[in-house]
Design a binder for this molecule. Structure first.
Ligand SMILES: C[S@@+](CC[C@H](N)C(=O)[O-])C[C@H]1O[C@@H](n2cnc3c(N)ncnc32)[C@H](O)[C@@H]1O
Length: 336
């Protein structure tokens, strides 16, 4: 199977995203075997041959009919369920990175460190089938695990993963890349190698850092290297939830207590109720509607994303060099 080419039907050996209520996990389908979660025991044989997206019922809950949904993997789902070997980049940062690095099918990208491969999967899906991701990590075991994962997710044609110290070794892809992404403790030490990896015609760079001190060092060096459009962003997600709400109708023209009014669609009837503070709510004049509020617990700071543009090599030539060229040009014409 491939995370970047969708197929319809679940087969033996496929990675399947298991969705139930607000939770997700993943399984690798094994003919004749089963898996368990709090909703029951599920047989892989009940999945094989079914379309992705099917409901699969627990085999041991009788009339309770507990079920899960068996979904095709996507980079978004994978980020939710992947085995964490490191801290990872999450969906809201990934979407900003993909957009701001101008990634598209055919892009050649350098990433370091690979970590748990969360971002690598998303980059691969965006640049496939003609682009390529060169991803590096200095941790041998993480490199081997990532290599095996990319192979089993059908990404070997799009991703090459190698072991290298980004602050010492360089990457061996000089002048080949359209974009670079750094997620390292000392990104400023990797910048000279990252710069070499970008094409001489220019490219985009992003560095992810949890601490502002790392951002400052990175920005200082980017300015020294004559990078342009230097911009640091923090992406904060603010989710809304919709829920049914009931409120007493407020009489605007009199100070008298609310009268019984016509009930609107969806209003309940019956005896008087009490609100959260214990005051009586005249149920006959209460309004029922759906309200939206920000979810109380939200994901907070993950890191700062610093973006910059490497200019075309011609734009970095000093005015003196330009003058020299001009003179040579004149000479050339004189000699003709
Ligand atoms: C936070 S993780 C990257 C997570 C990754 N972006 C993801 O979404 O899964 C940082 C990785 O950088 C690697 N690393 C740290 N310093 C490095 C260096 N100098 N050269 C190469 N890799 C390095 C670590 O081994 C670790 O796997």
């Amino acid at each position: 199977m491939s995370f970047v080419k969708f197929k319809d039907v679940i087969e033996d050996g496929d990675t399947v995203i298991v969705k139930y209520a607000q939770h997700s996990s993943f399984v690798v389908v094994e003919k004749g075997k089963d898996f368990h979660n709090k909703h029951g025991r599920f047989l892989f044989d009940d999945m094989i041959g079914k379309p992705f997206g099917s409901r699969i019922y627990a085999s041991d809950r009788g009339s309770l009919r507990s079920y899960i949904y068996a979904m095709h993997p996507t980079p978004e789902y994978w980020t939710e369920v992947l085995p964490h070997r490191t801290q990872i980049i999450y969906a809201s940062d990934i979407s900003m990175v993909t957009f701001m690095l101008d990634l598209k099918p055919g892009s050649v990208v350098l990433e370091t460190g690979t970590g748990s491969g969360s971002l690598s999967h998303a980059i691969a899906r965006t640049i496939a089938p003609t682009g390529h991701l060169h991803t590096f990590d200095f941790h041998a075991e993480r490199v081997e695990k990532a290599k095996a994962e990319f192979a089993s997710h059908g990404l070997s044609d799009v991703i090459t993963v190698k072991q290298a110290d980004a602050t010492r070794d360089g990457f061996g892809v000089d002048g080949l890349c359209d974009a670079v992404f750094l997620d390292l403790p000392s990104p400023h030490l990797a910048l000279p190698f990252a710069d070499k990896a970008l094409k001489s015609t220019g490219g985009r760079l992003c560095s992810f850092s949890p601490c502002i001190e790392q951002v400052q060092r990175t920005c200082d060096l980017l300015r020294d290297m004559k990078y342009t459009d230097i911009l640091t962003i923090e992406v904060l997600e603010r989710k809304l939830e919709a829920k049914p709400t009931t409120m007493p109708e407020c009489p605007l023209t009199s100070t008298a207590p609310p009268k019984a009014g016509k009930r609107k669609a969806g209003e309940s009837s019956g005896a008087s109720k009490r609100d959260k503070r214990g005051s009586s709510i005249d149920d006959t004049s209460a309004l029922s509607f759906t309200s939206t509020n920000h979810v109380a617990e939200q994901k907070g700071h993950t890191g700062f994303l610093t973006f910059a543009t490497k200019p075309h090599a011609l734009l970095l030539q000093s005015p003196a060099e330009d003058d020299d060229e001009g003179d040579e040009g004149d000479e050339g014409r004189k000699n003709e």
